[in-house]
Design a protein around this ligand. Sequence first.
Ligand code: GH3
Ligand code: MG
Ligand code: MG
Ligand code: MG
Length: 297
Amino acid sequence: MRRPNILIVDDEVSNIEIISAILEDDHEVCFATSGEEALQVARAELPDLILLDVLMPGIDGYEVCRQLKADAVLADVPVIFTTALGDQEAEVKGLELGAIDYVTKPVAPVILRARVRNHLDMKRMRDELAELAVTDALTGLGNRRCLETRLAQEAARLAARGEMLSVIILDVDFFKRFNDLYGHAEGDRCLTMVAAALNRAMHRSNHLAVRYGGEEFACILPGLAHEEAMEMARSILTRIQALGIPHSASDIAPHVTVTAGVATAACRAEVEPQRWIVAADRQLYAAKAAGRNTVSG
Ligand code: GH3
Ligand code: MG
Ligand code: MG
Ligand code: MG
C-alpha cells in the first residue's frame, strides 16, 4: 500500500526534525517553514495529512488552516495543530477553524503516531464513503448523484467561455421482457455488459458515462457539438448491438439494443443543468416512439 504523505509545517527546523524522526518510518514526509510555503507545498503535494504549527512569522497556522479549508481541493485534508500554546482558547479556535485535532509540543512520539494513524484511517474511510455515494453498486459506473454533480460542475466551468455541452440518455429496449424471459440475474449481467461497453466509448478524460436509473444510462460530453454527440450516440448503439446479448423477446432484433436521446446547448450561467436532462429525455421518448434502436436529437 502507498505510504501516506504528511506535510509538517513549523518555523523552527528543529521541531520539523523531531516530528520527522517520529513519523518517517511509516510515512512520506514533506515540510514547510512558513505559512506561505505551507500553502504552496500543500497545493503541489496534496498531502494526506498536515501537521501545522500555530505561531509563525508571516501568516500564522490559523490563517493557513482557514485558507486550506476554503480551497476546494485541500479542504478535506485533515489538519492537526501542533503548538506550544497550551491554553483552551487557542485549542478551541483551532478546532473551530476546521482542524481535526490539536497536540501540544513537546509531543510524545507514541501519542503523535497513534493520532496520525487514527486520522489517516478516518480520512481513508471518509474518502471511500464519498466514492461509494457516487458509484452504482451493480455496474461500477457513476450513479445519478454523480451525474448531477458533474453536470453542474462542467456546465459552470464551460459557461465562462460559452462552450457547447451535450448529454446522451440511453435506455435498454424491451428490458422488462428480457428480465421476464432470462431472469433478473441475467438482466443484471446484461446491464453490466452494456455499462462496460458504454464506458469504453468514452474517449476523452472529461467524458463521463453513468447509470442514470434502472436500465437507463447517461453520458456527459463537455465540448461536443450536436452532430458530434449524435455520431457518438450512433456509435454507442452499434457497440451495444455488437455485444450480441441474445434477446429473443425483443420486437426489433434478436439481441439487446438501446435507444438514445441527445441534447446539446451552449453553456451559460443562467442555463439550469437540469435542462440537458429534460431535453435528452424528451428526445429519448421520441426515439422510442419512432421504433427504438435509434437516436433522436
Ligand atoms: P422500453 O423498450 O420502452 O424501454 O421498455 P422496457 O421494458 O425496457 O421499459 P420498462 O420501463 O417497462 O422496464 C424497465 C425494466 O428494467 C423493469 C425493471 O424490472 C428493470 N430493471 C430496472 N433496474 C434493474 C436492475 O437493476 N436489474 C434488472 N435485472 N432489471 C432492472
Ligand atoms: Mg512556531
Ligand atoms: Mg426505462
Ligand atoms: Mg427500457
